[in-house]
Design a protein around this ligand. Structure first.
Ligand code: PEP
Length: 260
């Protein structure tokens, strides 16, 4: 019997919570979210909280993800933390988030190297892609998605592509943007097809069918269910709503209800 496809619910806590606050918050979530075989809950705290949280979590209940890291493993890179240094604490690594691309000017090459570094260190990269409002207005959504996939995955071999998760996060829908507006399910369904079509071109049809694609952008407890109903969407990446225990727990419950 083949195991059912998992649903991923990933919490991006961004630059919130001290390690002590993160620990208390994890405790609250632990009391309310029971382990599930079908729903994988992944928490992405700040780098400084990864080590203490890795000692605190029940790995059957939660996994941890890095929000950021430098792609070289060791060396004279003052102020940086490598994936080799944190790989004992985490199972996943978020790469290419729009705040890294547009606030910190991460290049496509940086992103490709980070994806490769995560795989080299046995972590699952969650590659975030998505068009800006301007690209969408100019009819360049497909081109933006193609380009971010081609560039971000250019170091990933046919053997390793099954280790990658894609998160479609249109920049205009992410709540940290001034004029953020939630994406319509039809926008997401269209992007999901574009992503699978391009993965088929870069790799093959089977890989395109198998790859996990998540959605992220202003998801909350009221909208999560509708987004999870979109065919081909395997889970959600959640920023703002993941910082509120009631909202986040409700989203996890919704995912469990849909993937029994
Ligand atoms: C994000 O930053 O990845 C994100 C999806 O944030 P929000 O849910 O707050 O839009």
């Amino acid at each position: 019997m083949t195991s059912p496809r998992k649903t991923y619910i990933i919490a991006n806590w961004k630059m919130n919570f001290t390690p002590g606050e993160a620990s208390l918050y994890l405790n609250r979530l632990s009391n309310r979210i029971s382990p599930s075989r079908n729903v994988q809950v992944v928490l992405a705290p700040s780098t400084v909280a990864l080590q203490p949280l890795s000692l605190q979590i029940n790995r059957r209940q939660f996994k941890l993800a890095a929000q950021n890291f430098y792609w070289r493993d060791y060396g004279a890179y003052t102020g940086e933390t490598s994936v080799a240094q944190i790989r004992g604490f985490v199972d996943y690594a978020i790469v290419g988030h729009s705040e890294r691309r547009y606030v910190f000017n991460e290049s496509e090459e940086d992103i490709a190297q980070k994806v490769a570094a995560a795989i080299r260190n046995n972590l699952t990269p969650i590659l975030c892609i998505g068009e800006t409002a301007l690209e969408r207005k100019d009819g360049e959504t497909k081109a933006a998605i193609y380009s971010q996939l081609t560039n971000g995955l250019h170091e990933v071999s046919k053997e390793d592509i099954s280790k990658v998760i894609i998160a479609y996060e249109p920049v205009w829908a992410i709540s940290s943007n001034k004029n953020a507006k939630p994406a319509k399910p039809s926008d997401i369904a269209e992007a999901e097809l574009i992503i699978r079509e391009h993965i088929a071109k870069l790799y093959n049809k089977q890989t395109a069918e198998d790859i996990y694609i998540l959605y992220g952008g202003s998801v909350n407890a009221d909208t999560a269910g509708g987004y999870l109903d979109i065919p081909g969407i395997d889970g959600l990446l959640i920023g703002g709503a993941s910082l509120i225990a009631d909202s986040f727990c409700a989203i996890v419950e919704t995912a469990k209800g849909k993937n029994k």
